[in-house]
Design a protein around this ligand. Structure first.
Ligand code: AMP
Ligand code: MN
Ligand code: MN
Ligand code: MN
Length: 279
């Protein structure tokens, strides 16, 4: 039996509701699925409520963005207390900061001659408690015909260094770990090979994170080949970290990333969750 510990819903940049995610996971025969929306736990109540009566274990999760030498590092948190006051307050602050950045980015694009409105961009995100990200800007640009694809929106306007990009203030990796640990959660480094870090830089990051309470490394992911999984397992062993895995499913918003497996259909074993929960 297998699981998926990395998925996104409409509460961040995924296409499916928490219930749709659960139903698909049940259809695939998964034992457990974690909802890990970007910087929000707003979908968790709906996720847990929708799981009642379904033959699947819902895992409370989050994927927190942190800044490491100007690189966006993603830290997954599992089993956290969604009522933790510091967690809730900090996520609200992060949302406020994001919203300010988003308004500045819209102004910048308008100044560059792209006639987008905030309402249009917001309409690209369908969750009740929307987290509006650059992905929604990319879509709005495409819908207007300014670009032909989401990739072109990023490559020409929205990536760091491009004219429409405005950075947002982010937590440090240590702050993200503290936040997760403070809410009794289990921190895991997401997709370690997706960051533009050299091997020595990745090892140095892992040294720092492990010293600050990191517990797991995502060794199976939709972008990780079986050979890379072996390499990541070796790294996890070196640092005494548990293996975890997830698809990073976003529904139709990221085509080609099916729920319930890593690259090449590799399944994520049940014990990855059990091991992670063993103190
Ligand atoms: P933000 O948090 O607003 O800076 O936006 C980050 C989000 O934009 C990520 O979570 C991705 O969903 C999306 N994103 C970033 N770079 C790309 C890219 N090159 N292609 C597609 N989506 C991207
Ligand atoms: Mn995403
Ligand atoms: Mn990520
Ligand atoms: Mn993700």
């Amino acid at each position: 039996m297998s699981i998926d510990l990395h998925t996104h819903s409409i509460y961040s940049d995924g296409a499916d509701t928490p219930k749709q995610l659960l139903l698909q996971a049940v259809n695939l025969g998964l034992n457990a699925v974690a909802l890990t929306d970007h910087d929000t736990i707003s979908g968790i109540d709906e996720f847990i409520a929708a799981s009642h009566g379904l033959p699947i274990q819902p895992v409370i999760g989050i994927e927190i963005s942190a800044s490491y030498y100007n690189h966006d590092i993603h830290i997954l948190g599992y089993d956290l207390n969604p009522q933790d006051p510091t967690l809730c307050r900090t996520l609200t602050e992060i949302r406020g900061e994001r919203s300010l950045r988003n308004k500045k980015m819209l102004q910048r694009l308008n100044d560059l001659g792209y006639a987008l409105t905030y309402e249009e961009i917001a309409s690209m995100a369908s969750g009740q408690d929307k987290v509006i990200s650059r992905l929604h800007y990319a879509k709005a640009l495409m819908q207007h015909g300014y670009t032909q694809s989401i990739a072109e929106s990023f490559d020409t306007l929205l990536n760091p260094g491009c004219p429409g990009y405005i950075p947002r203030q982010q937590l440090s990796p240590q702050e993200a770990l503290r936040l997760i640990l403070g809410a009794n959660g289990i921190p895991v480094l997401a997709h370690p090979l997706l960051y533009p870090l050299r091997t020595d830089e990745l090892i140095s990051l892992l040294e720092q994170l492990t010293a600050n309470g990191l517990r797991g490394l995502e060794v199976i992911h939709s972008t990780v080949s079986p050979k890379e999984t072996l390499y990541l397992k070796g790294l996890a062993d070196t640092f005494g970290l548990h293996y975890t895995g997830g698809s990073d499913y976003h529904g139709v918003h990221k085509p080609g990333v099916p729920l319930g497996c890593g690259a090449d259909g590799v399944l994520i074993p049940d014990e990855y969750l059990a091991n992670l929960r063993c103190f």
